[in-house]
Write a protein that binds this ligand. Sequence first.
Ligand code: PBG
Length: 321
Amino acid sequence: MFRTRRLRNNPAIRNLVRETTLSVNDFIYPLFIEEKPGLKNEIKSMPGIYRYSLDRISEELDEVVELGIQSVILFAIPLEKDEIGSEAMNENGIIPQAIRFIKKNYPQLYVISDICFCEYTDHGHCGIIHNNDVDNDPTLLNLNKQVIAHAKAGVDMVAPSGMMDGTVASLRNELDENGYTQIPIMGYSVKYASAFYGPFRDAADSAPSFGDRRTYQMDPANRSEAIREATIDIEEGADIIMVKPALSYLDIIRDLKNNFDVPIAAYNVSGEYAMLKAAGKNGWIDEERVMMEKLMSIKRAGADIIITYHAKEAARVLNRG
Ligand code: PBG
């Protein structure tokens, strides 16, 4: 008889043959930064996740550092939104302020910024609108201004999420020409037009006011196209490529792992977080175990890096051993 159970006899042997391990080092924790002062507001559809103003963010950062989380990714809720998202390009805007604050007070934290316009435009689309659609090439010029504002503030890595063609090449060139050759780019290379972003859009007030994002984000039905997107981003200079969302796209994460030799990140998005929280709250599942299983599955699929709202909770579990 073939006896595969021999290697499951006790914890020691199971530990010896375990193929995948999760570590706090794998996590990037997203932060929503409010420009309006004096705020700490829980996001209704994301229990446990808050929008913080800069004057309150230390509560959160102290905990992050204490738990051993090393990286954060920043999202903005600016005071002013307009048609072109001017605030995104402001060198003293909320994200440059946040980068300076964190690098000064928490120099050990690795700070990543989201490079996109949807949080800054009054229509919620990811760039300049022309004929009811995002105009690709003029948007690239504005993304260049945004990236320089973040670079000047001292950001460690940038992550363009807008799915405009040519973004990575354009940002790489702009960064290099301005002397920022050491700032890596993590491309949201394979980003689907997903309904799982709903809670994030509530959190960032960034739901499109007309239409949807299907002219720039990928069709969830497509798999080969993910290889094309990743190939292009790597050729354009992406240091890390990302798949987003994570859980319904584990096949895509594995495809990239099997095809490319660069680190792969996966974004465990807001809707995925919200679903687990809702089921957990109702007592329908063992929330902690399902959380760890799901993070493990993302890693096992091939992700080296996981961007997740669960980072703090998962760190607590891992630190407990
Ligand atoms: C775009 C951006 C989005 C998310 C991260 N960056 C939203 C979108 O495309 O609407 C979603 C993240 C999440 O759902 O957790 N700047």
